[in-house]
Ligand binder design. Structure first.
Ligand code: 13P
Ligand code: SF4
Length: 386
């Protein structure tokens, strides 16, 4: 079996071909490739026209070969395009599920089908493994909104208040935090932190909308940061009214990174995994997922009786991850994600505290709205009520 030390033998930078041509060089849709990939095509038939499969199948076959050679797994987030999600993803799910897989996989190489903060999380949890992110362009507007110095400043202003940090942040920010959370456990983690620290206030950063949706589901006071997801902040309550008028009976599901007025008028709000579970269990006749576009394609594969309405908000960061990029990542061993050890150890403590909490099987429905939200958006110069 080839070892990781084999990666440097293939120096991608030395190749003069354009990226796409590099990816396809020597890859043909042979009868062997057709036979090997035929069962995989059945998983994506609903989104990939038959005429396009001969261009995709050779890449899929090559990635399967490279994964075996390098003892690699692909962790595919729910926002990956269906070719990645169903054809080369070994584990699929939301960011909490992928973090758990990163911690327990025995593979030597993890290829992150997701964005930079997810790859960093994998490296923090599995420092002995090689973690590859196929594109360094795969950032996140939430992760970019806050630094470690910002968190230190908040701690100075709110001494003794626990800091709960969304996983959509850099390793440096996690290292300054007490515990991390994801959209599938944010309320649970915030309440745990208040109990552990004995406070009635919790800092929940950096997504102001997630914090508002959490605050509506707890009696705690929340201090947050002015971060926003550039994909989810674009949905409005008016969009939902228009959808309901245009598609009578449509079931509206929203991610909790959407603004609170959107979540308030949706039928259910939860993490990407919770939204997928809702469709699988309730089998609505017609549904709209207010989240990233590719989710609908992926959920539709297992819900043939459901009609998906697709308002399309693409995450430009997630969409920098492509099959060709995954193949190059495995071929050239790039881009290797590293986290400085002193940062990693502190960030791991915050993630481990989250992972140690019991799995709450009941998906958090952010719509239940226990209490009026008490949220303060922190500003370095002033405090503004949200
Ligand atoms: P999930 O944790 O729900 O998968 O969300 C991650 C994300 O980036 C949503 O925009
Ligand atoms: Fe970040 Fe939003 Fe993209 Fe998720 S959808 S990775 S929160 S920018």
């Amino acid at each position: 079996m080839a070892r990781l030390t084999d990666f440097p033998l293939h120096d991608g930078g030395a190749c003069a071909l354009p990226v796409h041509a590099q990816a396809l060089a020597g890859l043909d849709y042979t009868p062997e490739v057709a036979a090997l990939t035929a069962p995989l095509y059945e998983r994506v038939r609903h989104v990939v026209p038959e005429v396009e499969w001969p261009a995709i199948a050779p890449l899929v076959a090559d990635i399967l070969r490279l994964k075996r050679e390098h003892d690699a797994v692909v962790l595919a987030h729910n926002y990956m395009t269906s070719d990645i999600f169903f054809c080369v993803g070994d584990f699929r799910g939301d960011s909490l599920q992928l973090a758990r897989e990163a911690a327990r996989t025995t593979a030597r190489v993890i290829v992150q089908g997701g964005v930079h903060f997810m790859a960093e999380t994998s490296k923090i949890l599995s420092p002995d493994k090689t973690v590859l992110l196929p594109s360094l362009g795969a950032g996140c507007s939430l992760a970019a909104s806050i630094t470690g110095a910002d968190v230190r400043l908040m701690r100075e202003r709110y001494p003794g208040i626990p800091v709960v940090t969304y996983v959509n942040t850099s390793a440096e920010v996690k290292a300054e935090s007490d515990v991390t959370c994801t959209s599938s456990n944010a309320v649970q983690v915030v309440e745990w932190a208040a109990r552990e620290w004995g406070t009635d206030t919790v800092i929940c950063i950096p997504d102001r909308y997630l914090a508002q949706n959490v605050a509506a589901n707890t009696r705690l006071k929340i201090v947050t940061w002015a971060g926003r997801c550039e994909v989810h902040e674009r949905f409005t309550a008016e969009d939902i009214a228009t959808l309901r008028a245009t598609y009578p009976g449509v079931v509206v599901l929203a991610h909790p990174e959407c603004p609170a007025p959107v979540v308030a008028v949706a039928d259910f709000a939860g993490s990407t995994a919770a939204l997928a579970d809702y469709v699988a269990q309730k089998k609505p006749a017609r549904v709209v997922l207010l989240t990233e576009c590719s989710m609908s394609d992926n959920v539709a594969a297992t819900a043939p009786a459901t009609d998906f309405i697709r308002p399309c908000n693409l995450c430009p960061h997630m969409k920098t991850i492509t099959l060709a990029g995954i193949r190059d990542a495995l071929l050239y061993g790039r881009e290797k994600i590293e986290v400085e050890e002193s940062v990693r150890v502190r960030a791991k403590q915050a993630i481990d505290r989250m992972l140690a909490l019991p799995l709450d099987k009941r998906a958090t429905d952010f719509r239940t709205g226990l209490a009026p939200a008490q949220v303060t958006v922190f500003d370095a110069h002033a405090h503004i009520g949200a």
